[in-house]
Design a protein around this ligand. Structure first.
Ligand SMILES: Cc1ncc(COP(=O)(O)O)c(C=O)c1O
Length: 423
């Protein structure tokens, strides 16, 4: 690990206070032209004894603005200290977690996974138009039907057509014959360039796409494409639980990745992470952002530096080994849940290494799903699946209560399977 090291709380606080000293403190320095401020003093007043050991709260109060991207060179000098921590965080994610070459990736902390996915599609759309002379009508978005709805937002915003690929109902893998038929259909529609989004754990199932499914057919057909990985859900889990990973920067076909720290990392909302190989983010540069030092290559504009600091703090508190242990505890609990479901002959989907279990809806009554807060695949109409996401607070004790309730329900009716039960 080049950047990711476990630090004790005192070391973390020292690094953050040092970073804050190197960023503008509006109490100590007058900056007449900066349209920014600390948080409102009447509402968010200082409490020195409280703040002494609270680096995140102090960062929130000092309120650094991380506008722009800080892995490229020039950035707003007023916030240099906390920008440095963001740069370190980007390197941890791109190099230590996703195996990128040293100093070979750019990135920034986005509002969430949605923004990071749209940022990727935006970059590749502009690349195809600028470098290949593509007309906008010739560019399509290709991804599985289990992909997050942000792909459809991207298509809508960027005026690109979406081509969702069917997956096999039971194993959630891309249906290759549908992929091939869809590519042919898209070509008939005039599509010559594809923006492919592969999933490193889908929202509902935790399923993981085979990048090679896309690459083989697109290369065989000699169709130009760029590939983005949506790791908003799995980016902080799957690299630690899957022995072989083709969804990182080791894979030459992967140009960019979305991660999301406000899911499994338990960071504050506003901590999506966009990562891309160097040389690409320029396609999202807004030259008109002349008042921003270094211009702006992000979708966000102004964004809170405290978010980057929060994620950096969490990762440094655990360190790589602590994180590995945490993910393996979640996986242990998930495995435990699956064993109980097997015993009850209840059908479910779980990707190996994932902490999501999607149970076929015929085994779960609506009342039970409601009681235990299970989430359905669709809210309008009859659900096909209900999912359980094994997070930090979802302990074996909590899972056991659910399993006991399911068992009681089945025993009461003395049959296996809810469908038979209600018949
Ligand atoms: C796989 C995946 N991608 C993208 C997103 C969007 O993330 P956000 O809600 O942070 O915008 C989600 C959210 O659940 C997700 O699961």
């Amino acid at each position: 690990m080049r950047f990711w090291k476990k630090l004790i709380a005192k070391q973390i606080a020292e690094r953050i206070f040092q970073a804050l000293d190197q960023s503008i403190n509006y109490r100590e320095r007058t900056a007449l032209g900066v349209p920014a401020s600390r948080l409102d003093q009447k509402v968010f007043y200082d409490n020195p004894s409280l703040l002494q050991n609270a680096p995140f709260l102090r960062t929130l109060l000092q309120n650094p603005n991380h506008i722009g991207c800080h892995t490229l060179g020039d950035s707003e000098p007023f916030f240099a200290g906390t920008q440095h921590l963001e740069r370190e965080l980007i390197s941890i994610c791109a190099e230590d977690i996703l195996k990128g070459e040293p100093d070979a990736q750019d990135g920034y902390i986005a509002a969430g996974g949605t923004e990071a996915n749209i940022q990727a599609v935006w970059i590749y759309r502009n690349y195809f138009m600028r470098e290949k002379g593509a007309d906008i009508s010739e560019i399509g978005i290709l991804c599985s039907e289990d992909s997050h709805y942000s792909m459809f937002k991207a298509g809508n915003l960027l005026n690109l057509k979406n081509y969702p690929i069917k997956v096999n109902f039971d194993n959630r893998q891309i249906n290759k014959s549908h992929l091939s038929a869809t590519i042919q259909k898209a070509q008939k529609d005039g599509i010559r360039y594809f923006i492919v989004v592969a999933n490193m754990m889908t929202t509902m199932f935790g399923s993981v796409d085979e990048v090679s499914d896309y690459v083989e057919i697109l290369e065989q057909e000699k169709i130009a494409f760029k590939l983005h990985v949506d790791g908003a859900f799995g980016g902080f889990i799957y690299p630690f639980s899957a022995p072989q990973l083709s969804l990182n920067f080791n894979n030459p076909h992967v140009t960019s990745v979305t991660l999301d720290a406000h899911k499994l990392v338990e960071a504050p909302y506003g901590t999506g992470i966009f990562l891309i190989r160097k040389g690409w983010i320029k396609y999202a540069c807004t030259e008109e952002a002349q008042y921003v030092n270094g211009l702006d290559v992000t979708l966000s504009g102004s964004r809170s530096g405290a978010n980057a600091v929060a994620v950096w703090m969490i990762l440094m508190t655990y360190g790589p080994n602590g994180w590995f242990e945490k993910i393996h505890i979640l996986n242990y609990r998930t495995k435990w849940l699956c064993e109980q479901l097997d015993e009850l002959n209840i059908e479910y989907f779980r990707q190996s290494g994932s902490n999501i279990v999607a149970i076929k809806s015929e085994y779960i009554s609506e009342a039970l799903a409601h009681q235990f807060g299970l989430v359905p695949d669709i809210h309008i109409g009859k659900a096909n699946w209900y999912k359980i996401v094994v997070m930090d607070h979802v302990t074996v004790d909590e899972l056991d209560k659910f399993i006991t309730a399911v068992r009681e329900m089945l025993e009461k009716k003395n049959v296996k399977g809810f469908e038979k039960l209600i018949g």
